[in-house]
Design a protein around this ligand. Structure first.
Ligand code: SF4
Length: 102
């Protein structure tokens, strides 16, 4: 019921906006996974390449949190409801315009 009501509040078509995760802030708390009505996120282990792309402070922080972070694996399904932005306790998620509306 809450899920359906959240979907009803999403005004944008899919793919107009996309979530961007700040790798220096994400602590893999999974609030975004639970909040998103469109299953945009998953939390997974960082691969070697992911770790190499992090600044040193973020790499240490990721290690402290089990080398896990959130990824927007289905960003093209985002309807810009903003629930993930509100849910993230680390303020790690922003929405950016991904494409102009048709
Ligand atoms: S704004 Fe966040 S919670 Fe809402 S659809 Fe997009 S990714 Fe999911």
């Amino acid at each position: 019921m809450a899920l359906e009501s959240s979907k009803a509040e999403c005004k944008q078509a899919a793919g107009v906006f996309a979530p961007v995760i700040d790798r220096t802030r994400c602590e893999a708390k999974e609030d975004c996974v639970e909040a998103c009505p469109y299953d945009v996120f998953e939390v997974r282990k960082l691969g070697d390449e992911d770790k190499r792309s992090l600044p040193i402070v973020a790499r240490v922080k990721a290690w402290v949190h089990g080398n896990r972070q959130a990824f927007a694996v289905r960003a093209d399904e985002c309807h810009a409801c903003g629930l993930c932005v509100i849910a993230c306790p680390e303020h790690a998620i922003k929405l950016i315009r991904a494409a102009s509306p048709a």
